[in-house]
Design a protein. Structure first.
Length: 248
């Protein structure tokens, strides 16, 4: 299903060749960064990443939730409609819905580590700013205002690319202006980010390999186990005050 959708999007790119770059693109691609570790967010990175990961897994388990971001592909669909490709737009829309339903079904069946909620990508700004009212969707892909998340801490999971990140351990005060300038290395089934959509770091199990939507339940099950195993090793960890600025 994912490969089929990728083929459709490839067709879209060819069909859209008459448009300007600004119409085809979601924005300029980040520049290649060769010396990204000179960034201040990599100060004390080697030691901080272990402490931050331990704090994150404990908060996620004890008082947190996982929020899963679902794609809408609305820009692709609208461009197709504008170009008069109604049938192709309908097909992309249907494939997107089937993919999202499969993701929700996989998490509801296989994810047990903490409460899980689902939201559309067009609500990302609300999630970033902790405005969680009326944004979550149910298994029918309908926004359901009765779904409420009261978690004091949450992380984001989604399909996407993992990066050779240009960002190290970013404080909450720096996070709103932080920009990923690293290069995407590969597409994965699950990538975990903080609420500012900054990719997490090892040793947190922050991504899960995979491509097939038909096997998504297997990916989620493995992801759940890796979270549980990492928590079991670090459940007694007590977060020191000096790292609180990195946990949000």
């Amino acid at each position: 299903m994912v490969l089929k959708l990728n083929k459709i999007i490839t067709i879209l790119i060819l069909l859209s060749s008459v448009y300007s770059y600004s119409q085809e693109s979601d924005g300029p691609k980040p520049p290649k960064v060769n010396n990204y570790k000179a960034d201040s967010s990599f100060n004390n990175f080697s030691s901080l990443r272990f402490s931050v990961a331990k704090a994150q897994i404990n908060l996620l388990k004890k008082e947190g939730s996982l929020l899963v971001r679902l794609k809408t592909n609305v820009n692709t669909i609208n461009r197709l409609k504008k170009a008069g490709n109604i049938d192709l737009a309908t097909q992309v829309e249907r494939e997107t819905q089937l993919t999202n339903k499969a993701i929700i079904r996989a998490y509801n069946k296989e994810f047990k580590f903490c409460p899980v909620y689902f939201f559309y990508s067009d609500c990302s700004d609300s999630v970033k700013h902790k405005n969680l009212t009326g944004i979550f969707v149910d298994s029918t892909l309908s926004v359901n205002s009765s779904i409420v998340c009261n978690a004091t801490f949450y992380l984001i999971a989604e399909q996407g690319s993992i990066y050779d990140s240009s960002l190290g351990i970013v404080s909450e005060s720096q996070a709103p202006k932080a920009v990923e300038k690293g290069a995407a290395s590969k597409e994965v089934a699950i990538i975990v980010k903080n609420r500012y959509f900054i990719q997490l770091h090892k040793p947190f199990p922050y991504y899960q390999k995979g491509y097939s939507i038909k096997k998504y339940g297997e990916y989620v099950k493995k992801f759940n186990k890796e979270l549980q195993d990492f928590y079991a090793k670090n459940s007694s960890y007590v977060m020191p005050p000096e790292i609180k600025e990195f946990i949000y």
